[in-house]
Design a protein around this ligand. Sequence first.
Ligand code: SF4
Length: 623
Amino acid sequence: MKRLSPFPVAAVGLIAFAALITPFLPLPDPVRIDVANRLAGFSASHWLGQDEVGRDVLSRLLWGARASLMVAFFSSLAACIIGTALGVLGGFLRGFTEIITVRAMDVVLCFPPLLLALLVVTLLGPGASTLIPVLALVYLPGFVRVAYAGVLTVRAQDYVEAQHALGAAPARIMLRTVLPNIGGPVLVQFSLSMASAVVLESGLSFLGLGVVPPAPSWGLMIGAARSTMAQAPLLLLWPCLALTLTILAMNALCDALRDAVDPHGVPPRKRGLRLLPDLLPGLLPQRSGKEPVLAVRDVSIGIDTPAGRIQPVRGVSWEVYEGETLAIVGESGSGKSLTGLAVLGLLPGVAEPTSGAAYFGGRDVLRLPEPELRKLRGGSMAMIFQDPLSSLNPAHRIGDQITEIIRAHRPMSEKAAMAEAVKLLAKVGIPAPEQRVKVYPHEMSGGMRQRAMIAMAIANNPKLLIADEPTTALDVTIQAQVLELLDELKRESGMGLVFITHSLPVVAEIADRVIVMYAGEVVEQGRVGELFANPLHPYTAALLRSAPPEDGSLPEGIPGTVPLPHLLPKGCAFAPRCQHRAPACEADHPELETLDEGRQTRCMRWRDLEGRLAPRPVTEAQA
Ligand code: SF4
């Protein structure tokens, strides 16, 4: 949290302190009438003079501050707590909850605030005890709207998705992730409500519908001073000045608070980049031959659109083994990420698996209920995303985020979990981990953040780690370090690593086997060395030729784009872009053929083309 500016704190503190200690000050009775000295000026016993019936002005001003601030604070606080809770529930749970929380507030918003307050106070009678619930009702819709809008923004962020992926329960995500991230706007709304409530209380008191005379309030003082404005103008000045200064001080304090609690407002510290270590030799581990950690079988995914259901993933099968890295590669729109999201139960609401199964630990995870999936996510299955800055919760320190994941899956004290978090940060190569657990994500460099995300993902020793383009947002130096780290961790723990990427140089560096996807289907599968040396599908060869050449010359682009799922051609989906297409390619849809040692291709002309699909060699140095 940034240091709070001292001036607004001091100003509001002074006003609040003066109001609090008023009963203990040696002040004249604020309601004692002294008609003989009406409108008397300054004196030693009446520092600000006496009003139209001889009451002490300073005493009434301070006692009036108590009444105004108490009504404003408690009405705003009540509106803030109830409104924020309703807005968060409506925005997070949506559906019927949204109707009865957010939409119901629209009815209240239809009434002008002053008219609503006048109506209720007229019905219930004046007094501070009536004003608090009335003003709370007036300000409630504002808090609901602010919290609701904040939740809708925050829930779409990757770090909320990442929390789901790491197995956090919805209530915990709401309280620990969503709520802190809407704190800034809610605080601003609180400042506006406080300032507005002070004015509204004064206005209602001025109209005789607020604080009941002879009890002092600023509104009553302004109302009474009207009649003697010509003889004693200062009687009007003092309460107006008190009102104005109080509102200015409260606005300044809340702006300062908003800036202080919003971690995005803190300027990031400059961090030096670590030097590129030597790349590891490309010694890729061999497939173990055991049962796969995850076996995806004939999975199709459907998405409901206004134009009907589309199938962006169709009949996809693959498996990953213990200690193996499987790369899934393809252009945007090839469907490579959707299967990984389906395995973790993280498909967006409009998408669902329509057929097939994904076996993990003997269970079909596509059919598991959400509570069972939540136990697996962040535990034995984990995922890391492309952009660590948007995947980490900006409102919590790195150490707190790691301990939360650890404690969600393992009973452990906060202290022990923090010690584990320090070890994890050290394990992923973050220097000074004891200090780094205390920093916020924006205080780390991009590479450090991705290492921290990896630390969270491996916190509970997963058997399966799905990495969705984890190096795309990083520069090449950091990318190489992160790839090396993932490879080391996989070797150490023996987990199965599914690496989703569009970059074949990255595949060359990290993978044992490759699945090439195009337009929602697997078009080629094989071990890295074989597939790179002798591609059996023109799309794979085109991808290899599109990698940036080492000599600095321009890569060959692939003409055209991936067809949309509802505009797939009848025959081979790659035919419109394929320079080897024949009439038969456009007439029939090619089947996925399995060749020796698990090699697969979905090209009906692979026998004719074998050896002719000359790829440009892709090396680790291009990664
Ligand atoms: S089936 Fe025909 S169009 Fe499709 S990739 Fe093979 S050669 Fe090209």
